[in-house]
Design a protein around this ligand. Structure first.
Ligand SMILES: C[S@@+](CC[C@H](N)C(=O)[O-])C[C@H]1O[C@@H](n2cnc3c(N)ncnc32)[C@H](O)[C@@H]1O
Length: 190
């Protein structure tokens, strides 16, 4: 596999754990690209839940999903991902196969609306609860913007401290990228 983009690399890893009928969560829908990816992977028998605090992102994602003529397997919540335990119906808890976080701000939008370490950590802990055994959490972390370095450190510190007997955590980074780093954490629940 050749990838010139770390996010497409992340998707190729996710493809290893998802199959038709899977349950996915896009914790930061933004422009909806990751939600479309999850909806396609899940197919008509699967389910996808999405979250974003920006109304514009929710609308954009719903429009994109409709344009792509994907099965109606998705529900997008105009709410922070920190509320996922309450908003994702309990019948899906423990059955979720993949959860994607793409942190930071939405490119081309209001750069002051960013994910924040405090709520991101609440959402990551909730994600670990609702993941199925063998399920994967994929977190794309951006440093460099105001608040980004703090979130990058907090998320990596939390994930580095996860019990090795319960989770496996792999970090990936395009190390020759100029400027600020983008890191991906893959957390697998054993
Ligand atoms: C980097 S963008 C996501 C890009 C998106 N995955 C895509 O494919 O276009 C980050 C998104 O996180 C959203 N966000 C910020 N705080 C959030 C929160 N507490 N819960 C959910 N989304 C949040 C922002 O509104 C923004 O749309």
């Amino acid at each position: 596999m050749i990838s010139n983009n770390i996010l497409s690399f992340a998707k190729s890893v996710i493809c290893e754990v998802v199959e038709p009928g899977c349950i996915g969560v896009d914790a930061t829908v933004g422009n909806g690209y990751d939600t479309v990816f999850l909806s396609e992977m899940a197919g008509s028998e699967g389910r996808v839940f999405g979250f974003d605090v920006q109304e514009q992102a929710v609308k954009q994602t719903e429009e994109r999903l409709n344009e792509e003529c994907l099965p109606q397997n998705w529900t997008i919540f105009h709410s922070g991902h920190e509320n996922m335990l309450e908003l994702i119906p309990a019948e899906f808890h423990g059955l979720v196969n993949v959860i994607m976080f793409n942190l930071g701000f939405l490119p081309g939008s209001d750069k002051t609306v960013i994910t924040k370490s405090e709520t991101t950590l609440v959402a990551i802990k909730a994600s670990l609860e609702i993941l199925a055994k063998g399920g994967m959490l994929c977190i794309a972390i951006y440093a460099g913007h105001p608040g980004g370095d703090e979130e990058d450190l907090a998320v990596r510190e939390y994930c580095t401290g996860l019990d090795y007997h319960a989770y496996r955590v792999i970090q990936s980074e395009m190390v020759n990228k100029p400027g600020y780093p983008i890191r991906i954490l893959f957390v697998t629940k054993l």
